[in-house]
Each structure stands twice: as structure tokens, then as C-alpha cells.
Write a protein that binds this ligand. Structure first.
Ligand SMILES: Cc1ncc(COP(=O)(O)O)c(C=O)c1O
Length: 359
């Protein structure tokens, strides 16, 4: 059985598991905004179609200008990507053969891409018993012997965050040891009180911040992300990127996303209400839940070591969790669920309550 390495595209899961796919599915394996894209994008969709006749702006200048204003950074510190996934690939290619530290359990593309570019990988595995909290004192001895560290914040799949103070301390230690700190903030805008490492960038050569627009703005199929770093790092990475990497509709959508100012705040508010509701109910049913601050969480039926029976049970009902077999340190002992809208979350609550009553 070869399960997919990511959430979304549930038909691959059903095929791998040899389970008949129900007609109606609720996909909790994909962490995108359940509200869908901002209305301002949906209204423009058809008007934008003629833009595909021409090549897109290879520099994405208008979008970069907007990001520059939003982040208070120079345009020379920003580059766009065909999703944050492309930017991870470019970073890995720039680290070819180097020593890379991965804080696990985390997004599997860091390892996959670093392996593709023959990096020497060290896994630093955080434990669920410690709520997956990173202690700088434990990590510091490794910084001197590594060229770069990928740190997903908020972390995928746990949803756990660190304090701003501890991230700044980590950056300071990385600078001292000449280790590049790559902070993946793909989900930072789902935090109830978002904070970013981008404010540390001016004058800082040892920091890269990654962002994705595909999750908050529900444009995963369009592919759009950006990277913030020193001008030197941006130039270095751009040399490796293919021309016209970001398509014309993604560029136009990106502008609308950043201009939809209330959209993210509204999503955050709804997400926080739903997350608190889910965590409270699921805990009361007897499940263990990760201390998530974003739009997904890990869940464990403590009666089971491997969550496989629960996974199969939910899949058969058309409820699709994200398995955790390919996350170091989780190995199937947890399932990940996205926060969807109230009605969908209620379906999940009912199924999980019934499972506990019957098992
Ligand atoms: C932590 C993290 N970073 C980056 C990505 C890639 O995002 P994008 O859709 O922008 O390529 C994902 C996708 O799931 C992710 O979970």
C-alpha cells in the first residue's frame, strides 16, 4: 500500500487503500480556507481569461510592489513562486550537497527536495509528549554543524507555534553560527494573533521567510507563493528559477488577494471560533488533540497506537483525514484534520463521537 505523501486529491487515497470511494466526500486532508477565494477574485475570473494569450510579467512587478508595501520591505527582498512549493525546491537547489537540519514532524517537501539535491539531512524530532515545543538549548549545538535549517511556523502538521521571542533568539543563534534560518510561514495568517519573522529581515543575511497564498485565499490550483530574504539571496535564487514561472491569472489573483483586506481577518475569526469549538468537543469525547493555533490539528484516539482502524472507518463514510505515516515522529499515531465550516465540522464531530461510543 503506497499512500499519497500529501493531503488533497482523495481519490489517490481510496485507490491506495482499495476502499470504494463514496459519492460524497468531505475532505479534511487539505488545509485551505473553507470559505473559498475572496468574492473579488470570483467576480473577475472570466474577465481575466484573455490574459492567458500573452506571456505573464516574468518579474510580477505589480504584485511585488504590493507585497513590498504590505511587508515594509524593499522590492529587491521579494520574489514570487509557482506556489511556496517551487520556492522550497529553489532553496533546496541552492543548498545542493550542504548540511540541512529539519525540525520534525514537519512538511515533507523539505526532505524530498533536499534529498533531490543531495543535501546531508539531520532530523531533529520533537516529541508529542512535550507538545512538539522547540527548545533552543537542545537545538543550538547542531547549528554550528549545519548550513541551513527549515522551520515551519506555525508547524504543519501539529499547528503548534513558538513565541516570537524564542524565534528571534533562534535567528540570533543561527546568525552567530552562520546557519541560514528558513521560516515557512505558509499558515501564519490563520493564527488568531499572527506574527511574522519578516520584521527581522532588514539587514539580516541569515533569514528566509516563505509565504503561500494558496491556503488563506483558497487558490491551491492556481499556485502562488512568495519568498522574503536579503537582496543577495533573492538574486541567487532567481538565477535558478524558470522564466514566467508564475502564470498571468495567478498574478492577477494575487493582487486581489492582498487587496481583500478584511478577508483574512474574517477567516481568522471564524477559524478561531471553529477550532476552539472542535478542540473542546473532541477533548470531551476523550480524544487527544494537538495545541493548534491554525486551521488544522492532530487528533489521536488514545486507545489506539496506530490510528489505522479509525482512518479506514472514516474513509468508508466519505470523511477524509490526512494520515501521518510519512511524518517523522508521528508514524500513523495521529490523524490530521482541517478546520472546515460549521456544518462539515458537525458531521466530523458526530462521526468521531459515534466511534468513541462504539469502540
Ligand atoms: C507548510 C507548507 N509550506 C508550503 C506548502 C506549499 O504551499 P503552496 O501551495 O503555496 O505550494 C504547503 C502545502 O501544503 C505547506 O503545508
Amino acid at each position: 500500500m503506497k499512500l499519497p505523501q500529501h493531503g488533497a486529491n482523495p481519490d489517490y487515497v481510496y485507490k491506495a487503500m482499495a476502499i470504494k470511494q463514496p459519492e460524497d466526500l468531505l475532505d479534511f486532508s487539505m488545509n485551505v480556507n473553507p470559505a473559498g477565494p475572496p468574492a473579488s477574485i470570483l467576480e473577475c475570473w472570466t474577465d481575466w481569461l484573455p490574459a492567458v494569450n500573452d506571456y505573464p510579467d516574468p518579474e510580477g512587478r505589480e504584485l511585488i510592489e504590493d507585497i513590498s508595501l504590505q511587508e515594509g520591505l524593499s522590492t529587491s527582498q521579494i520574489m514570487l513562486g509557482n506556489g511556496a512549493a517551487e520556492l522550497i525546491q529553489l532553496l533546496a537547489s541552492s543548498l545542493q550537497g550542504k548540511r540541512v537540519l529539519l525540525i520534525q514532524p514537519t512538511f515533507s517537501e523539505y526532505e524530498r527536495m533536499c534529498r533531490a539535491f543531495d543535501c546531508e539531512i539531520t532530523h531533529f524530532v520533537l516529541e508529542g509528549v512535550n507538545e512538539w515545543q522547540l527548545e533552543l538549548s537542545d537545538l543550538e549545538p547542531l547549528l554550528a554543524t549545519h548550513d541551513a535549517i527549515f522551520f515551519c511556523h506555525p508547524n504543519n502538521p501539529t499547528g503548534v507555534i513558538s513565541s516570537e521571542q524564542s524565534l528571534v533568539a533562534l535567528l540570533s543563534a543561527c546568525s552567530q553560527h552562520n546557519c541560514l534560518l528558513i521560516v515557512d510561514e505558509a499558515f501564519y495568517d490563520f493564527m488568531d494573533r499572527p506574527f511574522t519573522m519578516a520584521s527581522q529581515l532588514p539587514g539580516q543575511d541569515h533569514l528566509v521567510v516563505l509565504r503561500s497564498l494558496t491556503k488563506m485565499y483558497a487558490i491551491a490550483g492556481l499556485r502562488l507563493g512568495y519568498l522574503l530574504a536579503s537582496p543577495r539571496m533573492i538574486q541567487h535564487l532567481k538565477k535558478r528559477q524558470s522564466h514566467w514561472s508564475v502564470n498571468a491569472i495567478a498574478l492577477l489573483s494575487g493582487l486581489q488577494c492582498l487587496r481583500a483586506t478584511d478577508f483574512a481577518a474574517q477567516t481568522r475569526m471564524e477559524c478561531t471560533i471553529e477550532r476552539n469549538r472542535m478542540l473542546e468537543k473532541l477533548t470531551s469525547y476523550g480524544y487527544r488533540i494537538s495545541k493548534s493555533h491554525v486551521n488544522y490539528y492532530l487528533l489521536q484516539d488514545t486507545q489506539l497506537d496506530d490510528q489505522y482502524p479509525l482512518y479506514v472507518h472514516l474513509l468508508k463514510q466519505g470523511i477524509v483525514p490526512r494520515h501521518t505515516y510519512n511524518y517523522k515522529g508521528l508514524a500513523g499515531r495521529w490523524l490530521r484534520f482541517a478546520i472546515r465550516d460549521t456544518a462539515d465540522n458537525d458531521v466530523l464531530l458526530e462521526a468521531l463521537q459515534r466511534w468513541k461510543q462504539e469502540n
